[in-house]
Ligand binder design. Structure first.
Ligand code: TRH
Length: 363
């Protein structure tokens, strides 16, 4: 089938990151895929091989084109048009869909809320008669699932059979720390700029166990500094294809948004999620729904609430509690178990392809 995926970058990396991952997955499933994106330069941060000024290029089997060209393009006859995150298609392109027998998918944001199950796959009748459906990623089999590549577990296993420090050095060019830090807790920090870092600094510096805190980006926030057993390790932003390898070097992962959350889940180690902030604190309900499914031990759930409420004092208090025995080993075990449960079903790319094929057959 022919898929055309539309991506508008709202902010940060998640919109481009999710769309690119889905596009790659559909191409790997043997489909013809084109990605229209309004800010190719954002995708280029994740995909350094991309020339953000090129009119069109093909990478990993995906045709990538700037959004404005779609305003003069025709949708593929009999193809599937994916509107990511209700991004609104170019009007002329949308108008042409009716005469070209297209299927229209509205790919939604990831949420663990229960109502998602009732809305996943529902039709969204359109004035122009083009069949349009809601497609919801999610954590249960009544949703569209999560993006995952079939070779992921094998890649993780092969990577983790190698020495961790060597992997980290090869990936980031940074030494993970002196040999004396062998039993150090390796933590990745990928968060928003408002995260309660003062609380994090206090908690990590106060631990008995040495900690190395990997901080991607140009410069770590000033509040983070070496102190006690805490060592701050600035690392470069890695290409998205290698992001998993970074996660597989970690004992504890701080993630944010959508795509990095899912990847941390596949790593199967404890994670602290900073959810994308929404108006009227709508994100806090989403967070609770997710915590309900995660079933982390109490102190770990408290830590995640404190992290999202930007509460430094509560982070300083709850982080050591979540890392203490036996909570920590329970958290590790539950993280492994949930990761395996989630991986026990088909992935979002395959689900979406199956859904589209079924729609085609029933018409
Ligand atoms: O960057 P995010 O916060 O993105 C978003 C956007 O804000 C978006 O508007 C919002 O709707 C969405 O979140 C929920 O977080 P996310 O989704 O985790 O995307 C980050 C991407 O960056 C992800 O694909 C992983 C990638 N990445 C790398 O490739 N290399 C790196 O070194 C790091 C730290 C991240």
């Amino acid at each position: 089938m022919s898929f055309e995926l539309f991506c508008r970058v709202v902010d940060n990396f998640g919109d481009a990151g999710v769309c690119w991952r889905l596009a790659r997955r559909l191409a790997a499933l043997g489909q013809s895929v084109r990605l229209w994106i309004d800010r190719p330069e954002v995708l280029a941060r994740l995909l350094p091989a991309l020339d953000a000024r090129a009119a069109e290029q093909t990478l990993e089997g995906v045709r990538i084109s700037p959004w404005d060209q779609a305003e003069h393009a025709l949708p593929p006859r009999g193809g599937v048009v994916i509107e990511a995150f209700a991004c609104v298609l170019p009007p002329a392109y949308e108008a042409a869909m009716a005469g070209r027998d297209c299927l229209w998918i509205n790919l939604e944001y990831l949420s663990a809320e229960p109502w998602v199950e009732g809305c996943h796959g529902l039709p969204s009748p359109q004035a122009n008669g083009v069949p349009k459906f809601f497609f919801f990623p999610g954590f249960t089999s009544a949703t569209g699932g999560l993006l995952r590549e079939p070779d992921l577990p094998a890649r993780r296993k092969a990577a983790q059979a190698q020495d961790r420090d060597e992997r980290l050095r090869a990936l980031t060019g940074r030494s993970a720390g002196p040999a004396a830090d062998d039993d150090a807790l390796t933590v990745l920090l990928f968060c928003y700029s408002d995260a309660p870092l003062t609380g994090l600094q206090a908690a990590l510096a106060g631990l008995e166990r040495p900690v190395r805190l990997l901080v991607p980006g140009d410069r770590p926030p000033a509040v983070l500094h070496d102190q006690g057993g805490l060592r701050i390790v600035p690392i470069p932003f890695v290409p998205q294809t290698r992001f998993d390898e970074l996660l597989w070097c970690c004992d504890l992962i701080f993630v944010r948004g959508e795509d990095s959350l899912v990847r941390a889940l596949w790593a199967g180690v404890p994670l602290v999620w900073q959810i994308y902030r929404q108006a009227e604190d709508a994100h806090l309900n989403k967070l609770e729904a997710w915590l309900g499914r995660a079933r982390w031990p109490g102190p770990a759930a408290e830590l995640i609430r404190a992290w999202n409420l930007l509460d430094d004092a509560a982070v300083a208090r709850t982080l050591p509690a979540a890392l203490a025995a036996p909570i920590w080993s329970d958290w590790c075990a539950r993280s492994r178990a949930w990761s395996a449960e989630l991986a026990d079903r088909s992935d979002l790319g395959q689900d979406l392809l199956d859904f589209c094929m079924r729609q085609r057959q029933t018409r």
